[in-house]
Each structure stands twice: as C-alpha cells, then as structure tokens.
Design a protein around this ligand. Sequence first.
Ligand code: ADP
Length: 606
Amino acid sequence: MDSFRRVLSYARPLGRYWGPYLGLSVLSLVFGVLNYGLLGPLLSVLFEDPAAAARVAKPEAAFSLDYAMSWFQWLLQDISGTGGVLAALALVCGAIVAASLLSNLCRYLSARIVVDVETLTMKGLRKDLFSKIASLPVGWFTLRRKGDVLSSVTNDVSEVQNAVAGAFHVFLREPLLALGFMAMLVWMSPKLTLVSLVALPVSAFLVTMLTRRLRAGSVVTQRLLGLLTSHFEEAISGSRIIKAFSARPFVERAFERDNSRHRSQLRKVRNRQELASPVSEFLGIAVAAGVLFYGGWLNYRGELGMSWPEFIVYIMFYWKVLEPAKAMAKSYAVLQKGLVSAERIFSILDEEAGIPDGTQAVPEFREAVAFDHVSFAYDGEPVLRDVSLTIPKGHTVALVGPSGAGKSTLADLLPRFWDVAEGAVRIDGTDIRSLRLDELVKLMGIVTQDTILFNDTVAGNIAFGRDDVSREEVERAARIAGAAEFIEKLPEGYDTPIGDAGARLSGGQRQRIAIARAVLKDPPILILDEATSALDAENERIVQQALSSLMEGRTSLVIAHRLSTVRHADCICVVKDGRIVESGKHEDLVAKAGLYSQLCSLQDFS
Ligand code: ADP
C-alpha cells in the first residue's frame, strides 16, 4: 500500500481532489436515492385506489427524510385532487428526470476529477521514469532490462492509471454508495435489513479468497510482458541482421514461445479476475432472493410494516446496494494489478546504480589525463588489471589489441560511464570522481562506432542538447566534419528531419554528422571508439579525414581496429586481457617484433 500512497503523491495536494470528489459523490448519491425513492409515489399514483388517497395530512415541517417523503406524498395528493391524476403523474415523472439528471451530472463531474488525478500520476510517473532512464549508467541496460523498462513505461504506467481510478472507487465512492443505500434500507425496514446483513461478510470472504492469488500471478505476467517487449525491441533494432541472416523463423519461434507463456499466464490471472464480479453478483442475488422470500413471508403474516409500493422500492434499493459491492470486487482486482505495476515502476525509480556526483568544479584542462593503476570488473569478472597510462595534453594515444581485451571499457572510465574498482583516473592530477560530472563530460567529445541519431532535424542532431548555437556555427562544424556537401543535397538541407533521412544516410554520412556534433562541442579531450570500423574503405578515408581535422590541437584517446588509422599516434598501447602489454611509437613497436607486429602482419600492414 505504501507504493500506492507514493503513486497518489504525484497528484499532490490530494485533498484538492478527494474533497470535491467526495462532495460530488454525496450529491450524486442523494439525487440517486431520490430518483429511486420517487418510484414509490409514482406507483402509488398509478395503481393505488384514489378513494384511499386521502390518508396523508400535511406534515409538520421538520428537517428529516420522513418529512420530505410525507411532504411529497401530500403534495402529490393535493395536486391529483386539484389537477387530476395526470398532473400528479407529470410531477413525479418530472421530478424523476430532474433527480436523475442531477445525479448523473454530479457523477460525471466527479469522474472528471478522477481523470485529473489519473493523468497527473501518469504524466509524473513517465517524467520520473524518463529522467531516471536518462541518468542510469550506460551499462545498466542489459537487453532484458531494456524490455522490462520499456514495458514499465507503457504497460505498467497504464495499469497504475487504472488502479488510481479503482482506488477512488474502492475507497471513496462505492463504500459511500453502499452505506447510503444501506441507510435507506435500514430506515425503511430494520428487521428485513438485519437478515440481509448476515450475508455480507460471507460474500466479502469469498471474493477475497478468489482474488488472493491474483497478485502473485500478476507479477509473473508483467515480467513475461517485459520479455515480450524486449523481443519487439530486438526485432525493430535488429531488423537488418534478422533479414541478413534469414533468422526470421528463429526469432519468430523464440517470440512465439514467450508469447504463449505470457498468454497462458495472463489467461489464468484474467480468469480469476473475471470470477470476482459474477461470484459477487450471484451471491448478491441469492441474498436478495432470501430477502424477497422473507419479506413476502412477513407480508403474508401481516408483519411487513410497508405498503407494497414501498416494498418494491425497498427491493430496488437492495439491487443498488449490490452494485457498489460488485464494483468494489472488480476495482479491488484492478487495484491489485496496479500495485504490482507500481512496485515495478518504483524498483526502476529507486535504482541506485547512478554514478555519485563529485563536488569540485572542473578547472581548465592543462597537463594530462592519467589512468593510475586502474582495475575494473563487470559483476566480479575482472576486465582491466592494474592499467597505468598517461595522455599528455595535445597527444594522441591509440588503444589496439584483440577484441574483448578491455579497450572500450578503459575508454568508458574517462567520462565515468563506469567507475574504477581500484586505482584512479585523473585529470591534471585530480581524481575525476571528485569532479562535478556535468562539467567533466563537457571536457570530452565521444565518437563511437554506432552513431546515435535522434528524431530531430539534421541541424538539431549536430547541435544536440544545445540551443545556444547559431545556424552558422552548425554549418561550420558540418564543413569541418566533411558533412556540409551531402547535407546541403538533402531535400530540406539542415532542416531535414533525421527520422525521414535516417534510412537514406550512409554509415559514413551518419558518422560525419556525429563528428560535426563533436566539432561543435569543441571539447579539449576526444574519445574515438572504433569510429571508422563499420565503414568501407572509401568512406573510411573520408571519415578519417574528418576525424583528423577534429583531432587537431586536441588530446585524443583512439580505439582502432584498423592499425593503419593510428599509425601516426604519439603512443600506441597494445591491450591484451585487460593489461597494456606493449606501448610506444609505431616504428618502435614494429621493431620489437611483439604482439603489435603480429597484429600488423595479420592486417598486411607494417
Ligand atoms: P574491447 O573494446 O577491447 O573489444 P571491451 O572493453 O568491450 O573490449 O570488453 C572487455 C570485456 O568486458 C569483454 O569480455 C566483454 O565481454 C566484457 N564486457 C563489456 N561490456 C560489458 C558489460 N556491460 N557487462 C559485462 N561485461 C562486459
């Protein structure tokens, strides 16, 4: 329930909503009661013997239901006496229509309040999820978690939204309606009502039994739904690979397996959920039949103490008591599902995998970036062991070596995508963990193999995240990155939406947009992680040129698969099994005839 309180806190201050909601529900209830209460006089007017109609005298004024009812009865008789039965009939029908109109109007207005709360919590949850996702460390998103998070953002949020409406019903409206109608029943006949009350705990117990295991089932269903979402994610982002490897049957089979599991689990949960309402309805009707029988029996013995129109109204109120009971059973089930979803959402929001921010302001970069006896492990699996490396300002250091050696991991430590396990990464001698993260990343530009392009215009993608840059600056950056020419040929030039152009851009073109982004950012430190690996020779040459102009005058850490691209680096470090096994200039390393020269000969390059 704590999660639920937390969900509702998104609509703070809640009093602004539940107060008016309760007020409108009371009004709706009063008019609803009136609506049904008026049926008694209607029946009397229609069917009772007019000769016996002179019974009611004008009642003494008082503030009570009794007075209101007797007064209306009296009024009716008065009107039918002067204007005839039809006039009385018209009055009753008019009153019924008016009461119903007001009751439903109040109900609608109260529903609008629930919609406010629902949409506010939905918006708040999505907002927090989005900022959390944007702040979580890069490595947090494994494929499974990606699916889970996506399904939380879509499905869990709407489950919670349903549950919010459910909560207003379960906790406020329905109990109020049930109590209101119950009060009417007690008022009309305490004796008869007492009998029916006995049945209530029995049905409550049965419904609780039915919905008890709903929650455990929901947890499994939501988890499976997360899995399904990750299948979709894979199919969309891996669409090329799936086709290229004719892997459709394979991925479809894997999807089908989880889809069936989800379906059968959901089926169990839903079947159980659907039971709640019919069972409570059946129990209600069984009890109502008992009441009818008992009432009939009392009437038979002349002990009922009600006229027959009153008895009919009594039975109608009885039906009305059943409705909130049914609605509560149903909403309770929705609430349970919503709670499971809320817990999933909060488990993401409470994820503490964030990188702790430092407090120190970042001074201007002057001397060197240094990895100082750095070790690192992913989940206990050591990846970097005691690595020391210094990159003096203005130098280019290249990391080469077999894949899986730990090169990207080493580069990821610099912008603090991960934190070292032992040792430290220092900029001008200061441990980067003590520096303010937002200022630290401002020092760095990163160009990787997979250029992420966002659903914005080309210019928006180059200026990415900054709205203080002019069109001229964007164009200048594009020119330096060698991207200006092809961008100008796009249908709307710099204003072409990437969403439309994305598929038409080649790998090299996308890469040049990413480079233009780095040029514009103008950082003193550059990290280039296999920036040209995915390109063909021609594109590689063009992109390499763009990179060279980008690297001019900056300090760069370059991870390269093709050794020819880093030949002129100030220092080349060969990484193997998480260690730097050789380092030096190209010529020196070749002369050493070690791992580097082996790698060179593998690539026919020396
Ligand atoms: P390289 O860049 O040299 O190819 P990486 O730094 O990418 O190597 O990877 C080094 C090792 O760490 C590999 O064995 C890889 O499987 C593992 N690894 C990389 N990223 C993760 C991650 N997010 N979680 C767990 N293991 C990882």
